[in-house]
Design a protein around this ligand. Sequence first.
Ligand SMILES: [Zn+2]
Length: 312
Amino acid sequence: MTLLETVSGPVDSGELGLTLIHEHMRISSEPLRAQYPHLYDEAAERERAVAEVRRAMRHGVRTIVDPVAMDFGRDVRLAQHVVRETGVQLLMGTGLGYLPLPERFKRRDADYMADVFVHDIEEGIQGTEVKAAFLKCAVDEDGMTEHLDKVLRAIARASLRTGRPIMAHSHPANRSGLDEMAIFEEEGVDPGKVQIAHTGDTDDLDYIEELLARGPFIGMDRFGFDIVLSHRRRVSTVAELCRRGYADRMHLSQDAAATIDWFPPGWIERAVPNWHFTWLFERVLPDLREAGVTEEQIETMLERNPARWLSA
Ligand SMILES: [Zn+2]
């Protein structure tokens, strides 16, 4: 057993229990928040995060991994509030999203950036004792760029120095999971430490198997976000991959956010009404069972794989 860093301190990897590997307490546009705080109702955001986590816990969830990173409003104090109110085991990461690199990082090298991330793992996040449990990076629809190449190398080096696993957001439509793996391999990262998030946004089994052959975990982690891929196709993809023997490589989650400021009020309820913290339990698991996925495979994906990836 390995000790894993949570917001409330180290927890034995055997104690994670039912785990949502990719949900957000809040997603928020960082520059707007810093400059125009009157746009935000902090108390309402906190209340909503607590309520969403409680809803998930009623389905037996004991642990949530929140991979919110820089640019998307990572906030250790919000995380601490949720943990105090709910008792959930919450894990935070350190790293970057896919937005343009800040000027400070543009003119410094990958090792400088790795030092920044290692700080969050060894010293703590945003002036607290809360340690980052994993590293986060992202390649999205624009694909790999010179700057993202540097970010991924910095993340890889921080992982090599600390042993922490990596979650890499990907955009399957441009097969960017493979580009991410190429950089991690070049830098010498053990592929078993890597999770390629959002792989479940495609049902292209050839791509997914090509990616799995490189050795990472994959995130089938956007259930409910049905405008990218329908619920039916998400379910049949996971069921088919289970049939092909990959239950021990997949994570199930929703990538939902208790609050997100990217969309005007009412948009989520209209466009993606199933995108919330408990869709997995209400509809996805029943449909996976119906499609032939066994209880043991579900337990592997929701309990064993999170512990295996986090303690890899
Ligand atoms: Zn996310």
